[in-house]
Ligand binder design. Structure first.
Ligand code: FE2
Length: 356
């Protein structure tokens, strides 16, 4: 501890993190008590706890192997730490941090490495600290597993609802699957988080659930519908909302269902919402819904051509349909194979598993 006064030594010895103080070349000038205990209990073999050794030179041989195809995780961590240490010592970074695993034969452990530059005017140039964060990582893992279980329960709930629709109305079931797949792709292109896309997919999978209250003879009747018949069909968005609003989903599922026929200019239903009043997920489902409805075959008419659906969305871009959503949709519609639509409709795809 000759680089430090007795008082300073006491201060770093009181820390629970393993701390080393290094100079501008990477030489280890001082280490604290926790560092020495860690060395003793883990059978580390550097003389004098590494004092006088060069931290950069200790890492260099391990880091050099990182490019090797057979490199281990330790090699990659060493390279990252070496680069981080150099960036702080060179003044290119004000701090470097890395969470890394450091598993022992008898336990799984994680540490948080923090490299902080030391105040100018001293031989010490950086403080290297390794904090044991195993308890925190284990808590994170428990939370992640719990969230996965909850997400699985919600997905099962939605699958059951979708199955109930399928039994009565196979067309709507196929349409919902297709819209869910399309909406998910649009969400991916828009950069939505995986967790948000999962909710989007669930909502889209049952967006027409309210149609179970529409008589089948109206739902599938060819020809022009009367105004009272249209009025009954339009009720499905609000009916779906009322069916779902009592379920406490962590995603806006009931809102997606209620708002998927809303339009940016307020001309939609059931509430006549405008622009941002419509939740983003519902704006995405709206575009996917219109696209699928136009190109799908119905018992009383063949599906329209892909370009007709694209033209409809382009006509309404920024007026009734969200322009960002339409642009993402265009990117997808023009990228994919023409077979994509048929495959998704005819395959009973399970709801994807949420990866957290
Ligand atoms: Fe609908």
């Amino acid at each position: 501890m000759n680089a430090l006064s007795a008082d300073s030594s006491s201060v770093i010895d009181a820390l629970t993190a393993h701390v080393a103080l290094i100079d501008g070349d990477g030489e280890i000038l001082a280490v604290n008590l926790a560092w020495r205990h860690f060395y003793d209990s883990n059978g580390c073999h550097l003389p004098n706890y590494g004092l006088g050794c060069n931290y950069l030179e200790l890492l260099a041989p391990l880091a050099a192997q990182a490019e090797n195809p057979a490199a281990s995780e330790d090699n990659r961590i060493a390279r990252t730490v070496l680069e981080g240490l150099r960036s702080v010592l060179d003044g290119r970074a004000t701090r470097f941090q890395l969470e890394y695993p450091c598993h022992a034969p008898h336990e799984q452990r994680w540490f948080l490495l923090t490299v902080t530059p030391f105040a100018p005017g001293y031989r010490i140039r950086a403080v290297v600290s390794h904090e044991n964060i195993t308890a925190l990582k284990q808590a994170e893992e428990r939370t992640r597993m719990q969230a996965l279980r909850v997400a699985g329960s919600f997905a099962s709930t939605v699958e059951s609802i979708a199955l109930a629709i399928e039994k009565r109305d196979p067309y709507t079931a196929g349409h919902q699957r297709q819209v869910a797949a399309l909406a998910g792709e649009i969400g991916r292109i828009m950069g939505l988080s995986e967790e948000r896309r999962f909710g989007l997919h669930l909502g889209a999978s049952i967006h027409d659930i309210g149609k179970i209250s529409v008589p089948a003879e109206i739902l599938n009747r060819p020809g022009v519908l009367s105004e009272p018949e249209f009025s009954i069909i339009r009720q499905h968005a609000q009916t779906g909302y009322e069916i779902l609003r009592g379920i406490d989903f962590p995603w806006p599922i009931a809102d997606i269902v209620q708002q998927h026929h809303e339009r940016l200019d307020g001309s939609g239903y059931p509430l006549g919402l405008h622009a941002e009043e419509i939740c983003l997920e519902a704006r995405i489902v709206a575009v996917a819904d219109v696209f699928d409805a136009i190109i799908s075959h119905r018992p009383y008419r063949p599906g329209h051509a892909l370009h007709e659906a694209i033209e409809e969305l382009q006509r309404g871009r920024g007026k009734i349909y969200d322009s960002t959503v339409v642009d993402a949709g265009m990117q997808f519609f023009t990228e994919v194979s023409p077979e994509w639509h048929r495959l998704h409709r005819e395959t009973n795809l399970p709801i994807p598993t949420l990866q957290l």
